[in-house]
Design a protein around this ligand. Structure first.
Ligand SMILES: Nc1ncnc2c1ncn2[C@@H]1O[C@H](COP(=O)(O)OP(=O)(O)OP(=O)(O)O)[C@@H](O)[C@H]1O
Length: 333
């Protein structure tokens, strides 16, 4: 082996050693007209920290593994070796966090006037091998078909949380360019393509037809079972087993084991969660206020939920008033 190839092999070995526990995230940037030059490394998220309905993660993984193992099958039949997944559902349900469970991803995650057809095509042409291509919030990729010049702005779904700021809707990507990019993904070697949306109903049917999107995976607001899992994730039995403080608060007394106490607390918490009303992100926000107080976290949710509902009602009313006054201004003008 030549010195040079030994060095290359060693560099490769080191790269693998360093990168494995991490996800390498390349983000599309327009510094050089559409390249993947913004790279960050983040810890690979363990699959078991993503709390989805039973079997969802396993089925995606199995599907992806089978896809990578069947390159020859695709080639023999002349079918592009590409597989597309659409993750759709309300904000804060875990669509984005599933992605860093894979090893390397390429991410286009915010569409603005800096992204146009040229940018998109160039980024797609330079996708490194063995990476997963992700377009977040694909409904924001192209302007809505009913947009007119009087629709100067829209709310980016990720901005709909508290403190939301309106952002200009000036994306310059066309549907045909987006379709070309997705169709071109299989032209070299196997590509997994993931995209997410909060609004599946707003997507052009052509964008999600089979062959472009092969699996549509719905995400939902939290069930009681997911709420219980999240609670256990926050307060694993081992983290509090040395502290006996919470045992006094349990109704059935002192004889219960710590594991049983934890299980009881998570059940208590889950029983207070109305199914399909709050997202996991919202429940997580609530639990963060009780990092070291599992007993209080388990029982105080209803009061918090009432305040949240009130807040959302007020926000909705404000939004409705704003819309009416905008319409009045438009009619006057
Ligand atoms: N299913 C879940 N399991 C574990 N944590 C979750 C889950 N859903 C949301 N979270 C937590 O909430 C945060 C937001 O989640 P994420 O960004 O994946 O939501 P999203 O569905 O992509 O939202 P959006 O549609 O607004 O982009 C995450 O950082 C994570 O900590």
């Amino acid at each position: 082996m030549s010195v040079m190839s030994a060095i290359i092999e060693e560099a490769h070995r080191l790269y693998l050693a360093v990168s494995k526990p991490n996800v390498i995230v390349h983000m599309a940037s327009n510094h050089h007209g559409g390249s993947w030059d913004r790279v960050k490394r983040q810890r690979r998220r363990p699959f078991n920290s993503v709390i989805l309905q039973e079997g969802v993660i396993e089925s995606i993984l199995q599907d992806a593994q089978e896809f990578f193992a069947s390159e020859a099958w695709y080639t023999e039949r002349g079918i592009p070796h590409r597989r597309g997944y659409l993750l759709y559902g309300p904000p804060g349900t875990g669509k984005s966090i599933l992605l860093p469970t894979f090893y390397a991803i390429l991410l286009i995650h915010s569409f603005s006037n800096s992204i146009d057809d040229f940018f998109l095509q160039r980024a797609a042409d330079t996708i490194p091998k063995n990476s997963i291509f992700v377009i977040e919030d694909i409904d924001c990729a192209i302007p809505p078909s009913d947009a007119d010049e009087n629709t100067p702005e829209m709310v980016h779904p990720q901005m709909m949380m508290r403190g939301a700021r309106r952002v200009p809707n000036q994306t310059r990507v066309t549907l045909s360019a987006l379709l070309n990019v997705i169709d071109g993904l299989g032209s070299e070697e196997g590509r997994l393509f993931f995209t997410t949306t909060n609004h599946i109903d707003r997507l052009e049917p052509a964008l999600i037809r089979p062959g472009r999107i092969d699996r549509k995976i719905p995400y939902h607001l939290a069930t009681q079972k997911q709420a219980a899992s999240l609670f256990v994730h926050f307060f694993p039995p081992s983290s509090t087993s040395s502290s006996g403080s919470h045992s006094e608060l349990l109704e059935d007394g002192t004889k219960a084991t710590h594991d049983t106490q934890e299980a009881q607390l998570s059940e208590t918490f889950a029983s207070r969660i109305p199914s399909n009303e709050f997202s996991i992100a919202e429940l997580q926000g609530y639990l963060l206020g009780y990092k070291h107080q599992p007993e209080r976290a388990a029982v105080e949710f209803p009061a918090w939920a009432e305040r949240e509902r009130e807040y959302k009602r007020e926000e909705q009313e404000k939004g409705a008033k704003k819309k009416v006054s905008k319409e009045i201004t438009a009619v006057k003008a």
